[in-house]
Design a protein around this ligand. Structure first.
Ligand code: FE2
Length: 392
């Protein structure tokens, strides 16, 4: 019997509600390129797995952050005696960082394990100022292009990864909310809207009772996701209600003009597996906003943003990158999308210790969330579980 042969890999989608640790066998953003310098080691947890990243001669590699011998976590006290290797601090097992191969053991230089055993080595691709890692077992992995929103890799566009921040809630709360058009109520006080003098709706009213049936499903062979039908619903810029004879009013800080209705209707939001949102145009005409919700563990995820725009010359590209870092990171993230993180934390703390969805009472406007959960359940490449995390 061939002991090295691995059992046939079965790719079977699992339920979104079971995916507290995310979906296995997908590409995820791990870092911004600027966060890992030459020969720098960066430990990270993704989908409950501990990874260790290193940039060697410009290229980023990732291995399991756990020695095969006794399970020591390399990043506790990392030792590198050559550029291409990592040595376990405990018994000096030494591995090739670029493929995970065990290459040397000082106390048993002729060990039969040398050259035969490997740490799990994660496929890595760096593009648009972001480092993506494939967390899964498929070898070779599917193309990165299948796991990013359409257009992200379009060569005519310059896309700049700019935000990578931790958020202390499960990734699904962020994904559910990102594609839910009615969460826009939280943005009414954001300085981004005031700075751009932009009227923005406080709600998105269903027309005809079931606008969400017009959401477009995209099921591959490339990226799999949903495109919203906001152009077919009615943006609400102000709303009045009455309770016990007292009137209440909620409204956009900037009163709407006719253009505001048109402008809002032309914004297209879409959500993609394994957990990325695309909004176009956003934050202004001619730009596209991408964001990811990357599972860290059951109670944490990382939130990434990249912005894109078509650029022709190197000077245009450099100017756009500068604009992203000096303007949109502040106006777009600090003064707008950071509000989403606050909202998600409120849901996490409100439901602390309770199973996902257990306290929900859905209403007519929740079609977007339901359709997303269904698509995600049908088209992922497997649910990540604590049991499934490989050690070798
Ligand atoms: Fe939002």
């Amino acid at each position: 019997m061939d002991g090295d042969r691995k059992p046939e890999l079965q790719i079977k989608p699992g339920r979104y509600e079971d995916a507290a640790l995310g979906f296995r066998n997908h590409w995820y953003p791990a870092l911004l390129s600027s966060e890992i310098g030459e020969e720098q080691l960066v430990p990270l947890t993704l989908l409950g797995e501990n990874l260790l990243f290193k940039r060697i001669d410009g290229q980023v590699y990732a291995i399991a952050d756990q020695c095969l011998h006794r399970g020591f976590k390399f990043s506790t006290k990392p030792e590198c005696f050559t550029k291409n290797t990592i040595t376990c601090w405990l018994h000096a097992f030494t591995y090739n960082f670029r493929n995970g191969e065990l290459v040397a053991i000082p106390s048993a230089p002729d060990s039969r394990l040398i050259g035969k055993r490997h740490l799990h080595s994660y496929p890595v691709q760096e593009i648009n100022g972001m480092v993506f890692a494939f967390v899964g077992d498929m070898d070779p992995p599917p193309p990165l292009a299948h796991d990013v929103p359409p257009g992200f890799l379009d060569p005519g566009w310059t896309v700049v990864g700019a935000v990578n921040v931790p958020s202390a809630c499960n990734w699904r709360l962020a994904a559910d909310s990102g594609f839910d058009p009615n969460h826009i109520f939280i943005h009414k006080d954001d300085h981004f809207l005031a700075a751009l003098d932009r009227p923005f709706p406080i709600a998105n009213r269903i027309v005809g009772g079931d606008t969400f049936h017009e959401i477009t499903e995209v099921t591959g062979p490339g990226p799999k996701g949903l495109v919203d039908a906001l152009g077919k619903s009615e943006p609400v810029f102000e709303f009045e209600f009455e309770c016990d004879g007292e009137r209440g009013r909620m409204a956009s800080k900037i009163p709407p003009n006719e253009m505001a209705y048109l402008a809002y209707g032309s914004i297209e939001g879409s959500i993609w597996l394994p957990g990325a949102l695309k909004v176009a145009p956003w934050p202004i005409l001619g730009m596209v906003h991408y964001e990811w919700y990357v599972p860290v563990d059951e109670k944490n995820h990382r939130y990434f943003i990249a912005w894109g725009k078509p650029c022709e010359t190197d000077a245009d590209k450099a100017a756009f990158a500068h604009e992203v870092h000096t303007k949109w990171k502040y106006l777009g993230y600090e003064q707008f999308n950071r509000t989403d993180l606050i909202a998600n934390l409120g849901v996490e703390t409100g439901t602390d210790g309770l199973p996902y969805r257990s306290v929900e009472n859905l209403f007519e406007g929740d079609g977007y969330t339901l359709v997303w959960r269904r698509l995600a359940s049908q088209h992922n490449r497997g649910v990540q579980t604590r049991r499934g995390i490989p050690t070798a």
